[in-house]
Design a protein around this ligand. Structure first.
Ligand code: CP
Length: 325
Protein backbone atom coordinates (compact mmCIF):
# COMPACT_ATOMS: atom_id res chain seq x y z
CA UNK A 1 0.00 0.00 0.00
CA UNK A 2 1.37 3.46 -0.85
CA UNK A 3 1.44 6.23 1.75
CA UNK A 4 0.12 9.43 0.26
CA UNK A 5 -0.37 12.68 2.19
CA UNK A 6 -3.33 14.79 1.09
CA UNK A 7 -1.20 17.92 1.28
CA UNK A 8 1.83 16.92 -0.77
CA UNK A 9 1.27 13.48 -2.28
CA UNK A 10 3.51 10.49 -1.57
CA UNK A 11 6.96 11.88 -2.34
CA UNK A 12 8.99 15.06 -2.68
CA UNK A 13 11.09 14.66 -5.81
CA UNK A 14 11.37 18.28 -6.90
CA UNK A 15 9.83 21.74 -6.78
CA UNK A 16 8.96 21.72 -10.50
CA UNK A 17 5.59 19.94 -10.06
CA UNK A 18 4.55 21.78 -6.87
CA UNK A 19 1.90 24.47 -6.88
CA UNK A 20 2.26 27.88 -5.26
CA UNK A 21 -0.11 26.70 -2.52
CA UNK A 22 1.96 23.59 -1.79
CA UNK A 23 5.28 25.50 -1.63
CA UNK A 24 3.74 28.13 0.64
CA UNK A 25 2.31 25.37 2.84
CA UNK A 26 5.80 23.87 3.35
CA UNK A 27 7.30 27.30 4.13
CA UNK A 28 4.49 28.12 6.56
CA UNK A 29 4.74 24.70 8.22
CA UNK A 30 8.49 25.26 8.74
CA UNK A 31 7.85 28.43 10.79
CA UNK A 32 6.71 26.80 14.06
CA UNK A 33 9.37 24.11 13.62
CA UNK A 34 12.09 26.78 13.83
CA UNK A 35 11.17 27.34 17.46
CA UNK A 36 11.55 23.67 18.39
CA UNK A 37 15.27 23.81 17.49
CA UNK A 38 15.71 26.76 19.90
CA UNK A 39 14.32 24.83 22.88
CA UNK A 40 16.51 23.27 25.56
CA UNK A 41 14.93 19.90 24.78
CA UNK A 42 14.71 19.86 20.99
CA UNK A 43 12.23 17.07 20.57
CA UNK A 44 8.52 16.59 19.82
CA UNK A 45 6.78 13.25 19.37
CA UNK A 46 5.21 13.97 15.97
CA UNK A 47 6.88 11.11 14.06
CA UNK A 48 7.13 8.70 16.97
CA UNK A 49 6.96 5.13 15.65
CA UNK A 50 8.01 6.11 12.09
CA UNK A 51 11.18 4.56 10.66
CA UNK A 52 13.23 6.61 8.19
CA UNK A 53 16.20 5.42 6.13
CA UNK A 54 18.76 7.99 4.96
CA UNK A 55 20.31 6.53 1.83
CA UNK A 56 23.27 8.72 0.83
CA UNK A 57 25.23 7.50 -2.20
CA UNK A 58 27.11 10.80 -2.55
CA UNK A 59 29.07 12.91 -0.06
CA UNK A 60 27.06 15.34 2.05
CA UNK A 61 27.53 17.28 5.27
CA UNK A 62 24.66 19.77 5.48
CA UNK A 63 21.81 17.78 3.93
CA UNK A 64 22.54 14.44 5.58
CA UNK A 65 23.04 15.84 9.06
CA UNK A 66 20.16 18.28 8.71
CA UNK A 67 17.76 15.46 7.75
CA UNK A 68 19.04 13.38 10.64
CA UNK A 69 18.51 16.22 13.12
CA UNK A 70 15.04 16.87 11.66
CA UNK A 71 14.08 13.21 12.01
CA UNK A 72 15.42 12.91 15.56
CA UNK A 73 13.73 16.16 16.64
CA UNK A 74 10.44 14.67 15.41
CA UNK A 75 11.19 11.43 17.36
CA UNK A 76 11.45 9.16 14.30
CA UNK A 77 13.71 6.11 14.33
CA UNK A 78 16.49 6.59 11.78
CA UNK A 79 19.04 4.45 9.96
CA UNK A 80 21.88 5.85 7.82
CA UNK A 81 23.22 3.94 4.83
CA UNK A 82 26.01 4.95 2.43
CA UNK A 83 27.40 3.32 -0.69
CA UNK A 84 30.59 2.40 1.19
CA UNK A 85 29.90 -0.25 3.80
CA UNK A 86 26.58 -1.41 2.31
CA UNK A 87 25.91 -4.14 -0.26
CA UNK A 88 25.71 -1.44 -2.97
CA UNK A 89 29.52 -1.75 -2.99
CA UNK A 90 29.02 -5.44 -3.97
CA UNK A 91 26.85 -4.49 -6.94
CA UNK A 92 23.35 -4.59 -5.37
CA UNK A 93 20.92 -2.41 -7.32
CA UNK A 94 19.18 0.61 -5.84
CA UNK A 95 15.78 -1.06 -6.04
CA UNK A 96 17.01 -4.31 -4.47
CA UNK A 97 18.55 -2.32 -1.62
CA UNK A 98 15.29 -0.40 -1.12
CA UNK A 99 13.10 -3.53 -1.32
CA UNK A 100 15.21 -5.20 1.35
CA UNK A 101 14.77 -2.13 3.52
CA UNK A 102 11.01 -2.22 2.84
CA UNK A 103 11.00 -5.84 4.04
CA UNK A 104 12.15 -4.48 7.40
CA UNK A 105 9.00 -2.28 7.44
CA UNK A 106 10.30 1.24 6.95
CA UNK A 107 8.11 4.31 6.33
CA UNK A 108 10.30 6.81 4.48
CA UNK A 109 13.48 6.98 2.44
CA UNK A 110 15.62 10.09 2.05
CA UNK A 111 17.91 9.57 -0.93
CA UNK A 112 20.91 11.39 -2.36
CA UNK A 113 22.24 9.87 -5.58
CA UNK A 114 24.61 10.90 -8.36
CA UNK A 115 22.11 9.95 -11.05
CA UNK A 116 19.38 12.44 -12.12
CA UNK A 117 16.04 10.62 -11.80
CA UNK A 118 17.20 8.17 -9.11
CA UNK A 119 14.71 9.50 -6.54
CA UNK A 120 11.68 9.31 -8.83
CA UNK A 121 12.79 5.87 -10.11
CA UNK A 122 12.80 4.65 -6.51
CA UNK A 123 9.55 6.41 -5.60
CA UNK A 124 7.72 4.61 -8.41
CA UNK A 125 8.86 1.23 -7.11
CA UNK A 126 8.41 1.31 -3.34
CA UNK A 127 5.39 2.22 -1.20
CA UNK A 128 7.43 4.26 1.32
CA UNK A 129 7.53 8.04 1.02
CA UNK A 130 10.64 9.13 -0.89
CA UNK A 131 12.37 12.48 -0.41
CA UNK A 132 14.97 13.61 -2.92
CA UNK A 133 18.06 14.93 -1.10
CA UNK A 134 19.76 15.75 -4.43
CA UNK A 135 19.87 13.64 -7.62
CA UNK A 136 22.72 14.50 -9.98
CA UNK A 137 22.10 17.84 -11.67
CA UNK A 138 18.30 17.42 -11.53
CA UNK A 139 16.81 18.84 -8.29
CA UNK A 140 17.55 19.40 -4.59
CA UNK A 141 14.09 20.45 -3.39
CA UNK A 142 14.76 20.89 0.33
CA UNK A 143 17.77 23.12 -0.47
CA UNK A 144 15.57 25.21 -2.77
CA UNK A 145 12.94 25.48 -0.03
CA UNK A 146 15.40 26.49 2.68
CA UNK A 147 16.91 29.12 0.37
CA UNK A 148 13.43 30.49 -0.34
CA UNK A 149 12.52 30.47 3.36
CA UNK A 150 15.70 32.45 4.12
CA UNK A 151 14.81 35.00 1.43
CA UNK A 152 11.27 35.29 2.80
CA UNK A 153 12.60 35.73 6.37
CA UNK A 154 14.75 38.64 5.24
CA UNK A 155 12.51 40.44 2.74
CA UNK A 156 9.05 39.40 4.09
CA UNK A 157 7.95 38.90 0.47
CA UNK A 158 8.86 36.83 -2.57
CA UNK A 159 6.56 38.33 -5.20
CA UNK A 160 8.68 40.63 -7.40
CA UNK A 161 11.89 39.95 -5.45
CA UNK A 162 14.94 39.93 -7.77
CA UNK A 163 17.14 36.92 -7.13
CA UNK A 164 20.21 36.15 -9.23
CA UNK A 165 21.81 32.71 -9.13
CA UNK A 166 25.52 33.12 -9.91
CA UNK A 167 27.99 30.49 -11.04
CA UNK A 168 27.95 26.90 -12.19
CA UNK A 169 24.28 26.65 -13.18
CA UNK A 170 24.98 23.82 -15.64
CA UNK A 171 25.80 21.26 -12.94
CA UNK A 172 23.49 22.65 -10.26
CA UNK A 173 20.42 20.88 -8.91
CA UNK A 174 20.20 23.74 -6.38
CA UNK A 175 19.81 26.25 -9.22
CA UNK A 176 17.00 24.24 -10.80
CA UNK A 177 15.05 23.85 -7.55
CA UNK A 178 15.49 27.56 -6.75
CA UNK A 179 14.34 28.56 -10.24
CA UNK A 180 11.23 26.34 -10.13
CA UNK A 181 10.26 27.42 -6.62
CA UNK A 182 10.97 31.14 -6.98
CA UNK A 183 9.30 31.49 -10.39
CA UNK A 184 6.20 29.68 -9.06
CA UNK A 185 6.08 32.11 -6.12
CA UNK A 186 6.30 35.18 -8.37
CA UNK A 187 9.92 36.21 -7.81
CA UNK A 188 12.02 37.58 -10.68
CA UNK A 189 14.89 35.18 -11.25
CA UNK A 190 18.15 35.61 -13.17
CA UNK A 191 21.24 33.51 -13.68
CA UNK A 192 24.79 34.69 -14.25
CA UNK A 193 27.95 32.83 -15.19
CA UNK A 194 30.21 31.82 -18.02
CA UNK A 195 28.34 30.56 -21.15
CA UNK A 196 30.15 27.23 -20.70
CA UNK A 197 28.36 26.80 -17.34
CA UNK A 198 24.85 27.77 -18.58
CA UNK A 199 22.50 25.00 -19.74
CA UNK A 200 21.22 25.52 -23.30
CA UNK A 201 17.70 26.97 -23.27
CA UNK A 202 17.84 28.11 -19.61
CA UNK A 203 15.72 31.16 -20.60
CA UNK A 204 12.80 28.77 -21.17
CA UNK A 205 12.60 28.28 -17.38
CA UNK A 206 11.52 31.93 -17.11
CA UNK A 207 14.86 33.40 -16.07
CA UNK A 208 16.90 36.33 -17.31
CA UNK A 209 20.56 35.65 -18.21
CA UNK A 210 23.44 37.97 -17.29
CA UNK A 211 26.86 37.45 -18.87
CA UNK A 212 28.53 40.00 -16.59
CA UNK A 213 28.40 39.74 -12.82
CA UNK A 214 28.53 43.54 -12.46
CA UNK A 215 25.20 43.81 -14.32
CA UNK A 216 23.69 41.09 -12.13
CA UNK A 217 24.82 42.92 -8.98
CA UNK A 218 23.24 46.14 -10.26
CA UNK A 219 19.91 44.36 -10.93
CA UNK A 220 19.48 42.01 -7.94
CA UNK A 221 18.12 42.20 -4.40
CA UNK A 222 19.83 38.91 -3.51
CA UNK A 223 22.57 36.73 -4.95
CA UNK A 224 22.59 32.97 -4.49
CA UNK A 225 26.20 32.06 -5.20
CA UNK A 226 26.88 28.53 -6.44
CA UNK A 227 29.93 26.40 -5.88
CA UNK A 228 32.04 25.52 -8.91
CA UNK A 229 31.38 21.76 -8.97
CA UNK A 230 34.93 20.76 -9.79
CA UNK A 231 34.15 17.05 -9.28
CA UNK A 232 31.55 17.14 -12.09
CA UNK A 233 33.82 18.91 -14.59
CA UNK A 234 35.64 16.51 -16.86
CA UNK A 235 36.47 19.23 -19.36
CA UNK A 236 37.86 22.71 -18.90
CA UNK A 237 34.66 24.72 -18.36
CA UNK A 238 36.70 27.65 -17.01
CA UNK A 239 40.29 28.58 -17.92
CA UNK A 240 41.42 28.54 -14.27
CA UNK A 241 39.98 29.09 -10.79
CA UNK A 242 41.91 32.35 -10.48
CA UNK A 243 40.44 33.54 -13.80
CA UNK A 244 36.94 32.53 -12.66
CA UNK A 245 37.35 34.54 -9.45
CA UNK A 246 38.66 37.53 -11.40
CA UNK A 247 35.64 37.60 -13.76
CA UNK A 248 32.72 36.10 -11.76
CA UNK A 249 33.86 35.98 -8.12
CA UNK A 250 31.66 37.73 -5.55
CA UNK A 251 34.10 40.09 -3.90
CA UNK A 252 33.72 42.98 -1.49
CA UNK A 253 35.01 45.39 -4.15
CA UNK A 254 32.26 44.30 -6.57
CA UNK A 255 29.52 44.56 -3.94
CA UNK A 256 30.61 48.10 -3.10
CA UNK A 257 29.33 49.10 -6.57
CA UNK A 258 25.84 47.71 -5.86
CA UNK A 259 23.08 50.34 -5.74
CA UNK A 260 21.61 48.62 -2.64
CA UNK A 261 22.73 46.15 0.06
CA UNK A 262 22.53 42.68 -1.45
CA UNK A 263 21.63 39.62 0.56
CA UNK A 264 24.23 36.89 -0.04
CA UNK A 265 23.26 33.22 -0.02
CA UNK A 266 25.37 30.14 -0.79
CA UNK A 267 24.12 26.55 -0.48
CA UNK A 268 27.60 25.28 0.50
CA UNK A 269 30.11 23.84 0.53
CA UNK A 270 32.02 27.03 -0.26
CA UNK A 271 35.16 27.27 -2.39
CA UNK A 272 36.56 30.33 -0.62
CA UNK A 273 38.46 32.65 -2.95
CA UNK A 274 36.88 31.03 -6.04
CA UNK A 275 33.15 31.82 -6.40
CA UNK A 276 33.04 33.96 -3.23
CA UNK A 277 35.65 35.73 -1.12
CA UNK A 278 35.84 35.09 2.60
CA UNK A 279 35.06 38.68 3.58
CA UNK A 280 31.73 38.38 1.71
CA UNK A 281 30.91 34.84 2.91
CA UNK A 282 31.55 35.91 6.51
CA UNK A 283 30.38 39.50 6.06
CA UNK A 284 27.32 41.38 7.32
CA UNK A 285 25.11 40.63 4.30
CA UNK A 286 25.73 36.88 4.31
CA UNK A 287 22.93 34.57 5.49
CA UNK A 288 24.81 31.36 4.70
CA UNK A 289 24.57 29.95 8.22
CA UNK A 290 20.95 31.09 8.56
CA UNK A 291 20.27 28.92 5.49
CA UNK A 292 21.73 25.94 7.36
CA UNK A 293 19.58 26.66 10.42
CA UNK A 294 16.46 26.97 8.25
CA UNK A 295 17.34 23.67 6.60
CA UNK A 296 16.40 21.72 9.71
CA UNK A 297 12.98 23.43 9.97
CA UNK A 298 12.26 22.88 6.26
CA UNK A 299 13.15 19.20 6.51
CA UNK A 300 11.02 18.81 9.64
CA UNK A 301 8.12 20.37 7.72
CA UNK A 302 8.56 18.10 4.69
CA UNK A 303 8.86 14.95 6.81
CA UNK A 304 5.83 15.94 8.87
CA UNK A 305 3.64 16.78 5.87
CA UNK A 306 4.56 13.66 3.89
CA UNK A 307 3.83 11.56 6.95
CA UNK A 308 0.27 12.90 6.85
CA UNK A 309 0.62 15.78 9.29
CA UNK A 310 -1.98 18.53 9.13
CA UNK A 311 -0.79 21.82 7.57
CA UNK A 312 -2.16 23.89 10.50
CA UNK A 313 0.76 22.82 12.55
CA UNK A 314 1.07 25.64 15.03
CA UNK A 315 -1.50 24.04 17.33
CA UNK A 316 -0.25 20.50 16.75
CA UNK A 317 3.34 21.59 17.51
CA UNK A 318 2.31 23.20 20.78
CA UNK A 319 0.32 20.18 21.89
CA UNK A 320 3.02 17.76 20.61
CA UNK A 321 0.40 15.67 18.77
CA UNK A 322 1.71 13.05 16.33
CA UNK A 323 0.67 12.25 12.76
CA UNK A 324 -1.80 9.58 11.71
CA UNK A 325 -0.43 6.05 12.20
N1 CP B 1 23.98 22.20 0.20
C1 CP B 1 24.27 20.90 0.20
O1 CP B 1 23.57 20.07 -0.41
O2 CP B 1 25.35 20.55 0.95
P1 CP B 1 25.85 19.07 1.22
O3 CP B 1 26.38 18.53 -0.09
O4 CP B 1 26.94 19.18 2.28
O5 CP B 1 24.68 18.26 1.69
Amino acid sequence: MTRSSAALGKDLIGLEPLSRRQIRMILDTAEPFKEISERRIKKVPMLRGKTIVNLFFEASTRTRISFEFAEKRLSADTVNIGAVGSSVSKGETLVDTARNLEAMRIDMVVIRHWSPGAASFLAARIPSNVINAGDGAHEHPTQGLLDILTLRDHFSRLEGLKVCIVGDVLHSRVARSNIFGLVTLGAKVAVCGPRTLMPAGIEELGVRVFGRVEAAIEWADALNVLRLQLERMQDGFVPSLREYNRVFGITRERLEWAPRDLLILHPGPINRGVEIDSDVADGPHSVILQQVTNGVAIRMAVLYLLAGGAPDLAEAAKSGKGVRG
